[in-house]
Design a protein around this ligand. Structure first.
Ligand code: NAG
Ligand code: NAG
Ligand code: NAG
Ligand code: NAG
Ligand code: NAG
Ligand code: NAG
Ligand code: NAG
Ligand code: NAG
Ligand code: NAG
Ligand code: NAG
Ligand code: NAG
Ligand code: NAG
Length: 724
């Protein structure tokens, strides 16, 4: 199509140009509107139609205006059809032109033409003398004369096309515009020729644009119109704002300028790019930075600490740490901050457990001591003591106590009032959050003194003592009694028995033999504890002497002495006592006054005639009364004539400051004759036996009756009991 021809296309083109300028201006202003115009194909122009932006392919192009604007090939129709007979059709970018075949020329004498003005190719009537016209010209015979015509595309200097052949100096020069104007920041596109009518197409360099038509025509007067073309650099304008970010550097607003964004304080780059670039279409590309607020989340947990925290998790939020109760600070930083890395600062904060107990030990049996190793010295700590005491037999609870002790001592010592013979569990607990408890076993050794206090021997054969525990506690004792006599090697007396009692002061009496050393072993079964007690029984009266009663007249009998048994104690002495018969009723066995024959005070009352130590007595020993010998310190004085006597045998047992004796009537002597004779007392044994029987029946009577015997005992005072 010819842009200048036709009735409809001319005004339409002008309108289009106006619209294009308008749209171009608008594009600068209303950048933010979704830019349809920006999407127009490079060979399309944006038009406002009914208030809408529409892309329409430029003249000479067909397509949808956005993705597709293709050159329309007019020549396709066929050269003869569009250009006429004898032509060649040339398509150009957006247009076409026609050239006449050799031997033809265009009716307008131009080398090229566009056929819609009626130009056609007509046969050239060339003459042979064309050489006359020089180069680029031909000779035409017109009405009989020759005339030279410059070939199509050529003309004379003066602009004429024809000349006479003789004008030698005249020659045809090529017709055309010079090189097309340069477009600032633009470049030519496609082929173009310099002949008038040709058009040069331009494009702007990247980053430049032009709202004008980007073409220049070679006009008939061989100038390019328009002669000055330029592209303007794009301007992306103020960089777009990015949420929670700000631009930190802007290199400009022109093509390829960059703007660098940083997230605002407290925000971090979640996605996108920090740099946006101004693109060729005047838009900022890549302003897609997404900044999110820093959130460190929950702070780190540090062992044995508690946090002081206002729950904020944003940048530079702080959380403080402090040691839990029962722990003490042992170095480190006591707070952590939320950092730009969205992490809480990793700090070291050390809390050590307070040691309220170390080296707990028992001393002095009932005292405990320990050491405090805590960091908080001088702080008062309350310790609760739980004490549970148990007897060693494990059966009985004695005590259950709880009390508090508050101290700031570093080495506390506590002495406990504990019973002996018991096991205690002492739990010491600190009153703090940690509630540290230590348990210590305290065993209090029972002492004999405490297990059996105030042990008393009474009534010779009885023991009493005091128990340390209340009557609710029953104890079992085992007694093992062993008796021995120094004077009787073969003697052995043993008793074993149990006693179970809950009395506070138990008493026990033993069935003991007299004159014996006893060792009594009392065991307290529960405590496996034994108490040895020595007991000595007093001697009792010796057994009655085994003698034969002798009754004689006129002479002194020969008395036979038998050894007495050490049944009730060791026999020490045997005494032969002579008493005037008339005084026999006054005889007291345990009277030791007037012992000797020579003693003056008791003159007529009798005397000891002989005394034998037990070891000197042989069995069946004969004693001659009145033989004038000394026996021991006693004088066996001769009996007085005519007198009557009663003779006693006294057996004395003496041990341990106790003296006992038994006496028996041994002989009766009547009318002692001048000639003293010794007669064996034979045949009166039976009388003596009768006498013994009588004595046993009537021991209260103390007459020198044949065979009469008695015994008395004089005790040493033993009010003060022996204590073991
Ligand atoms: C072209 O040539 C043909 C015959 O060769 C003729 O019929 C026709 O009229 C011519 N067209 C024009 C426009 O001269
Ligand atoms: C061709 O010739 C016509 C006259 O016939 C003239 O108007 C025109 O400018 C010439 N050139 C072109 C390129 O059409
Ligand atoms: C922190 O949050 C917890 C639970 O959401 C709340 O009980 C506590 O009071 C908060 N502490 C502060 C200091 O706001
Ligand atoms: C942290 O330690 C400092 C001294 O280092 C102290 O002044 C401050 O009270 C401590 N803060 C807390 C919460 O313990
Ligand atoms: C903190 O630091 C310690 C040592 O410096 C390291 O062992 C530990 O893994 C760190 N904790 C975190 C959460 O980074
Ligand atoms: C515990 O006692 C031992 C010996 O008595 C002593 O060597 C040690 O230092 C004590 N420990 C402490 C922590 O005092
Ligand atoms: C044990 O107690 C006695 C007195 O009862 C005292 O003299 C002694 O010093 C104590 N021992 C200790 C280790 O305290
Ligand atoms: C002492 O502590 C132990 C365990 O620690 C417990 O079994 C016992 O019952 C406690 N005894 C007392 C008297 O508190
Ligand atoms: C010991 O102290 C604790 C805490 O103060 C208290 O609850 C308890 O009753 C006290 N115990 C005694 C026996 O005083
Ligand atoms: C011990 O002797 C006293 C008198 O001294 C007497 O009253 C008491 O009954 C005797 N006890 C026994 C157990 O023989
Ligand atoms: C007995 O003899 C003593 C001297 O041995 C003498 O002192 C005393 O007076 C005498 N007594 C009588 C009653 O003759
Ligand atoms: C065949 C034809 O149309 N010839 C025309 C070519 O152009 C000249 C000049 O315009 C006309 O005179 C011819 O009639």
């Amino acid at each position: 199509m010819n842009p200048r021809g036709g009735r409809a296309s001319g005004p339409f083109l002008l309108l289009l140009l106006a619209l294009m300028q308008c749209a171009g201006r608008q594009r600068v202003v209303k950048r933010s509107v979704p830019d349809v115009c920006a999407t127009c194909h490079i060979h399309a122009t944006c038009h406002q139609i009914d208030g809408k932006s529409v892309c329409i392919c430029n003249y000479g192009f067909v397509g949808n205006g956005r993705t597709h604007c293709q050159d329309k090939d007019e020549c396709q129709i066929g050269a003869s059809k569009i250009c006429g007979n004898h032509t060649v059709c040339h398509n150009t970018h957006g247009s076409f032109y026609c050239v006449c075949l050799d031997g033809y020329r265009a009716s307008n004498n131009n080398k090229t033409f566009i056929p819609n003005d009626g130009t056609n190719c007509t046969d050239i009537d060339e003459c042979e003398e064309s050489g006359l016209c020089g180069h680029n010209a031909r000779c035409v015979n017109t009405e009989g004369s020759y005339k030279c015509y410059c070939n199509d595309g050529y003309k004379l200097e003066n602009g004429e096309h024809s000349f006479l052949p003789d004008q030698n100096t005249v020659s045809c020069k090529e017709i055309g515009c010079g090189s097309p104007p340069e477009m600032k920041h633009g470049y030519t596109v496609g082929n173009y020729s310099l002949i008038p009518g040709s058009v040069v197409h331009y494009e702007c360099e990247e980053g430049f644009y032009s709202n004008e038509a980007k073409l220049s025509y070679c006009t008939a007067n061989e100038t390019w119109e328009p002669a000055i073309l330029s592209c303007k650099g794009v301007d992306c304008g103020v960089p777009p704002s990015v949420l929670n970010a700000h631009p930190v550097s802007v290199s400009g607003t022109t093509y390829r300028s960059e703007v660098t964004y940083n997230c605002a304080h407290g925000y971090f780059i979640a996605s996108g790019h920090q740099i946006a670039v101004c693109n060729a279409r005047g838009q900022w590309d890549g302003a897609d930075l997404v900044c999110k607020e820093i959130d460190c989340g929950k702070p780190l947990l540090i062992p044995h600490t508690e946090m002081i925290w206002d729950n904020s998790t944003t940048l530079w939020s702080r959380v403080y740490y402090q040691c839990k109760e029962g722990y003490y600070f042992n170095g480190g930083k006591n707070f952590s901050e939320c950092t730009i890395y969205q992490l809480w600062e990793n700090i070291t904060y050390t809390c050590n457990e307070e040691e309220f107990f170390s080296n707990l030990s028992i001393f002095n049996e009932t005292c405990v001591k320990w050491q405090r190793k805590t960091g908080r010295r001088g702080v008062q700590i309350t310790y609760t003591f739980h004490i549970l005491g148990q007897r060693w037999d494990g059966k009985t609870f004695l005590e259950h106590a709880t009390f508090n002790i508050t101290t700031s001592e570093d080495n506390p010592k506590v002495c406990l009032d504990l019973h002996s013979g018991s096991n205690y569990v002492v739990n010491i607990t600190t009153i703090s959050s940690t509630k540290t408890t230590v348990s210590v076993a305290v065993a209090v050794q029972a002492k004999v003194k405490e297990a059996f206090s105030n042990v008393l021997i009474f009534n010779d054969t009885c023991l009493k003592w005091q128990r340390n525990w209340g009557t609710e506690v029953e104890d079992r004792y085992v007694f093992h009694v062993q008796g021995r006599r120094w004077y009787q090697k073969e003697f052995f007396h043993e008793i074993t028995f149990n006693l179970t009692t809950h009395k506070r002061a138990p008493e026990v009496c033993f069935d003991l033999q007299p004159g014996t050393n006893y060792s009594v072993n009392i065991s307290l079964v529960a405590l496996n504890f034994s108490l040895p007690v020595s007991m000595t029984t007093e001697i009792t009266d010796p057994l009655f002497p085994d003698i034969e009663f002798v009754a004689v007249k006129g002479y002194a009998p020969l008395l036979r002495l038998r050894k007495a048994e050490d049944r009730n104690g060791p026999i020490s002495l045997y005494q032969v006592i002579v008493l005037p018969l008339g005084l026999q009723g006054t005889f007291i066995c345990d009277s030791f006054a007037a012992a000797t024959f020579f003693s003056n005070s008791t003159g007529g009352k009798g005397y000891v005639a002989a005394e034998f130590r037990a070891k000197d007595v042989a069995d069946n020993m004969s004693i001659a009364l009145g033989d004038r010998h000394y026996y021991g310190k006693f004088y066996n004085a001769p009996l007085k004539l005519g007198e009557e006597y009663c003779v006693f045998l006294r057996i004395i047992s003496e041990w341990n400051k106790v003296r006992t004796q038994s006496c028996a009537v041994w002989a009766q002597i009547k009318h002692v004759s001048p000639t003293l004779q010794y007669m064996p007392a034979v045949g009166v044994g039976s009388v003596a036996a009768v006498c013994l029987v009588l004595f046993l029946s009537f021991s209260a009577a103390r007459h020198c009756t044949p065979g009469m015997m008695w015994a008395t005992r004089r005790k040493r005072q033993k009010d003060s009991a022996r204590e073991t």
